[in-house]
Design a protein around this ligand. Structure first.
Ligand SMILES: O=c1[nH]c(=O)c2[nH]c(=O)[nH]c2[nH]1
Length: 280
């Protein structure tokens, strides 16, 4: 009871995003990564905070957020969201759904003289690698804060548009599954180039270079594709490092706990085309 009235209260922190990586913990020594979005609500005995302005029994919601990162750090083995929620004791946890699931797109332009322009694409193809990515050697000026790194997370959501050479309907292959199979095959080339061979992976010095190699691989593999446009936002995963005077090593970053953030993100896009056929 508070001042003769019944007071029901709770406080918490919503949408705490945390991503945890376990190095070499997966099949064949692969890294394992999860991304969680945690909401915490505390039903606690802190009525005086409401009625008397006495904060002595308040757990700060900022502390709740930090606790999520600290507890993620403590998960030394790969952990389910259920276990993580239990670890956080009576708090609600859910997996943050991976960004988008990809869509097959197409654009067809046909004029009455039979001239065709045919574009296929994939939209929202989420790709993430936990290692073999860095970013170094870029311009440093008085506004530059970004440290150089040989080890970072590389996450993107690819939008690709590829234009076929077919200039009329009659030039289109007649197999009924042609475009379905081509979509699958282009996607595979994109994905395989992004990750590199499963045994060794491939180092990415920048989103720009990886994007270019993906486009080259598609044009080299499919002669009937005239050009490809790739858009690859650089979705940042910020290292979480928490410390204070009293707690210098609360969450010491060791390539393991990240804050996934899509705002703001880098926007990187390019189009690669075959040179026009020389007309003799
Ligand atoms: O691969 C990258 N390309 C950039 O252009 C860029 N800019 C940035 O801040 N980080 C990165 N990463």
């Amino acid at each position: 009871m508070a001042g003769g009235f019944k007071l029901e209260q709770q406080h918490g922190k919503g949408r705490v995003r945390v991503s945890r990586v376990w190095r070499k913990a997966g099949e064949g020594g692969a890294d394992v990564i999860v991304e969680w979005n945690v909401s915490i609500s505390l039903l606690s005995d802190c009525l005086e905070a409401y009625t008397d302005g006495d904060n002595s029994s308040i757990v700060a919601t900022d502390t709740m957020k930090n606790t999520v990162y600290a507890k993620a750090k403590e998960c030394t083995d790969v952990e389910s969201p259920e276990s993580f929620a239990i670890r956080l004791a009576k708090h609600f946890t859910s997996f943050y759904p991976k960004l988008g699931s990809e869509k097959h797109t197409t654009e067809v332009n046909l004029n009455k003289f039979g001239a065709l322009r045919l574009i296929s694409g994939v939209q929202g193809l989420s790709l993430l690698k936990t290692t073999q990515s860095g970013f170094e050697g870029f311009i440093r000026d008085r506004y530059t804060l970004l440290p150089e790194t040989k080890e970072r997370m590389l996450a993107t959501e690819v939008t690709a548009l590829w234009r076929f050479q077919f200039e009329s309907i009659s030039a289109i292959p007649t197999e009924s599954k042609f475009f379905i199979e081509r979509y699958r095959d282009v996607k595979k080339v994109i994905v395989d180039t992004f990750f590199g061979p499963p045994s060794s992976g491939v180092y990415s010095p920048s989103v720009q270079n990886t994007l270019y190699l993906m486009a080259v691989a598609v044009l080299n593999r499919f002669p009937d594709i005239a050009s490809i446009q790739l858009r690859m936002p650089n979705i940042h995963f910020l290292p979480v490092n928490l410390s204070s005077k009293d707690n210098p090593n609360l969450v010491k970053f060791a390539d393991d706990v990240y804050l996934p953030t899509d705002e703001p993100h880098g926007t990187i896009e390019a189009t690669l085309s075959r040179p026009p056929l020389s007309k003799l």
